[in-house]
Design a binder for this molecule. Structure first.
Ligand SMILES: CC(C)(COP(=O)(O)OP(=O)(O)OC[C@H]1O[C@@H](n2cnc3c(N)ncnc32)[C@H](O)[C@@H]1OP(=O)(O)O)[C@@H](O)C(=O)NCCC(=O)NCCS
Length: 172
């Protein structure tokens, strides 16, 4: 059964397992740069939980996808940085869309106006996901800057899972 819930610091070992399980090309897509095991370990163990919201998608006890929302620019609290990853074997099954939908609901309940992300220009899956959520994309040829407005977002754009009652409560 698929469950999406908020991750807490005690989930770092699961997060590490998920992140270390990403191959080199996926790590490059996720971090927009090559990421060694030690870079991944540092990322997972130095998360600023006071400024972050992480939601994990579980298939049974297995963490198969993660979305990380981070309040980055302190001068712009209305924006959250978004980064997302889904285990390769589980892709194309709507997990990315479900995680993004929950992230949108959580952001909206916190009064956030928009989610922003950067991905590589070759990252078609991320761009399709963002476009489906109504995102605007700007590219310099190498990277894509994406902005997804939260307030005028319609849950139906990301599929039926995003419409489940209580999603906001579970994501919070
Ligand atoms: C981006 C990512 C999270 C999407 O996860 P997912 O679970 O496959 O997402 P979904 O199943 O909801 O599909 C999302 C969209 O991507 C498309 N997609 C999936 N795999 C694709 C591929 N290899 N090439 C192009 N599009 C692809 C799907 O068709 C869907 O688009 P559609 O709704 O227009 O049909 C996943 O590919 C991933 O983890 N990539 C590596 C990390 C990364 O790139 N993160 C983004 C930078 S922060």
């Amino acid at each position: 059964m698929r469950v999406i819930r908020r991750l807490v610091p005690g989930d770092v070992p699961l997060l590490l397992e998920h992140m270390l399980g990403l191959g080199q090309s996926d790590r490059r897509l996720r971090f927009c740069a090559a990421a060694s095991d030690s870079v991944i370990r540092r990322y997972c163990t130095s998360i600023d939980w006071g400024r972050s919201l992480l939601l994990g998608c579980f298939e049974g006890r297995w963490l198969v996808g993660v979305v990380h929302l981070l309040s980055g620019d302190l001068g712009r609290p209305e924006l959250l940085e978004l980064a997302i990853s889904v285990e390769r074997a589980q892709r194309g099954r709507g997990i990315g869309a479900a995680l993004l939908a929950r992230a949108m609901v959580a952001a909206r309940s916190r009064g956030v106006a928009a989610l922003r992300f950067v991905c590589l220009a070759e990252d078609e899956a991320m761009q399709r996901l963002a476009l489906r959520a109504g995102g605007r994309l700007v590219t310099d040829g190498e990277h894509v800057d994406g902005t997804i407005a939260v307030w005028d977002w319609e849950a139906s754009r990301l599929g039926p899972e995003s419409l489940s009652p209580g999603a906001e409560r579970r994501a919070g």
